[in-house]
Design a protein around this ligand. Structure first.
Ligand SMILES: Cc1cc2nc3c(=O)[nH]c(=O)nc-3n(C[C@H](O)[C@H](O)[C@H](O)COP(=O)(O)OP(=O)(O)OC[C@H]3O[C@@H](n4cnc5c(N)ncnc54)[C@H](O)[C@@H]3O)c2cc1C
Length: 438
């Protein structure tokens, strides 16, 4: 097969990171191809916790309501210790929305359903996910990335982004390594299963039977529970193991997998015209529900910057992707490693990612007149016309809140404050600036 026309961005991997990036680019008019080496879409519940900050970004994509419609709040834990069953806390908050935080809670949704919602949005925007298509070779010139696909086709793109997960092949082509260490020597099991008669109101935890914690969380769809077991129930003996644990009969097992607890990340997020995002760039224990959310936020950070570079021909802004996102991943590795071994109940602000900021970034300019600083997440608010700021921010560009007698707030396309500024700004790194009255 021959070389097809050059398009703007090749996305390698159609998990949550790749799909989110596809939406961020397509909704701003960029031409993409998105490939995935798998022959079928992912079918497991794996990354089931969606954090409040991700919901805000999904709202900008216009799909937060789909996630909320399908998802549930995190239920309370119930600890089963010998003959005793004790009700515990919830790992998620159950707060009422406020003006500034319209999505205050961690939402449980099976990863395959989150991907389905993202995929539908990609398709509505005209994107097509090419399954059964991996990469076999990758080279670069000064202005192109040239990739040989496993289908035999050679494609050329102006940029490529590796979103191909923890076992990323692209990472190898880029000469990058995941540096770090194992957090736990044991492997763990995750599986989606029916457990007949187990109360679906609770997340059941079995702390002292065998080594480590085993738990069964009621998933929103299909009457299934997600098993996570940190010790060795063999995959072959899964039904028996869970039956012994719960005293209940195990029915259909819809999906199962093994995983290891590691805290590792790459040393660079960019090699030439190729970027790396999501699990391809950082892997860590699932405690604290951070991985999928961090991948989604990598994509939202990189997306509008790639658009800027492609629209203006000036790619200097792309340096800020690694500068802003690598420290976030490094902190997250530390946090999840700590949560993996801790019995702490507290989550909420520690893990909801609403406090993440880019205050130290070269894109955070000038001084702040109040407590909000350049680089902070812009909170939601009702504007004078009765519309919510977060709904206005769905337009995809930058936003400026015009304030009489005070500096106006310039907000980046990904919802972080760029600057408090007295002048009107019409163009922000190639993005139109929509003005709204406070
Ligand atoms: C038990 C468990 C529970 C978890 N719970 C949570 C949670 O509650 N919240 C949370 O935020 N995170 C959680 N995570 C982490 C989360 O699942 C991952 O961080 C998330 O899947 C990363 O998304 P991704 O798109 O970067 O990578 P992936 O989901 O791995 O997707 C990568 C995609 O790339 C494709 N691919 C691979 N190689 C190639 C190639 N060579 N060419 C083309 N395509 C390729 C794959 O088929 C796949 O579709 C959990 C993880 C585990 C194991």
């Amino acid at each position: 097969m021959g070389i097809k026309d050059v398009f703007q961005v090749l996305i390698i991997g159609a998990g949550v990171t790749g799909l989110s990036l596809a939406i961020e680019l397509l909704r701003r008019g960029i031409t993409i191809r998105i490939i995935d080496s798998a022959h079928a879409h992912f079918s497991g519940s794996r990354g089931k916790g969606i954090q409040p900050r991700s919901l805000e970004l999904l709202n900008m994509m216009g799909i937060a309501t789909d996630v909320l419609k399908c998802g549930t709040l995190y239920p309370h834990l119930k600890f089963h210790i010998g003959p005793l069953s004790i009700k515990g806390w919830s790992l998620g908050t159950h707060d009422a929305p406020s003006e500034a935080r319209p999505f205050p809670n961690l939402i449980m949704l099976e990863q395959w359903r989150t991907e389905e919602i993202l995929r539908k949005k990609v398709q509505n925007l005209g994107g097509e996910i090419e399954l059964g298509t991996g990469i076999e070779a990758l080279t670069q010139t000064d202005d192109q990335v040239i990739v040989t696909l496993t289908t035999g086709e050679t494609v050329r793109a102006e940029y490529a982004v590796a979103c191909d997960g923890g076992r990323s092949t692209t990472r190898g082509f880029l000469g990058l390594q995941l540096l770090g260490a194992a957090v736990d020597q044991k492997t763990s099991i995750v599986a989606d299963m029916e457990v007949e008669g187990l109360d679906r109101k609770y997340w059941h935890a079995y702390p002292f039977r065998g080594a480590g914690l085993r738990s069964l969380a009621p998933l929103p769809a299909g009457g299934l529970f997600q098993l996570q077991a940190t010790d060795d129930i063999s995959l072959k003996g899964l039904a028996n193991g869970v039956q012994k644990l719960t005293g209940k009969k195990v029915g259909h097992i819809a999906w199962q997998s093994r995983y290891r607890h590691q805290a590792r990340m790459v040393e660079r997020y960019r090699v030439g015209r190729v970027f790396i995002a999501g699990d391809a760039a950082h892997i860590h224990p699932p405690s604290g529900a951070q991985g999928l959310n961090t991948g989604l936020q990598d994509a939202c950070n990189l997306g509008w910057k790639l658009v800027s570079a492609l629209r203006t021909g000036n790619d200097s802004i792309l340096k800020t992707y690694e500068a802003e996102r690598r420290p976030v991943a490094a902190d997250m590795l530390g946090l999840t490693a700590k949560l993996h071994t801790s019995t702490s109940k507290s989550r909420g602000d520690l893990t909801n990612q609403l406090g993440l900021n880019y205050r130290g970034s070269s894109l955070a300019l000038g001084n702040a007149p109040g407590t909000l600083m350049p680089g902070d997440r812009m909170p939601d608010q009702f504007l004078s016309n009765g519309i919510k700021l977060f709904d206005v921010m769905q337009h995809g560009g930058a936003t400026q809140i015009m304030r009489p007698n005070r500096d106006h707030i310039l907000i980046r396309p990904d919802g972080y404050i760029a600057e408090f500024v007295s002048r009107e700004v019409n163009l922000y790194y190639g993005h139109n600036v929509v003005k709204v009255d406070e």
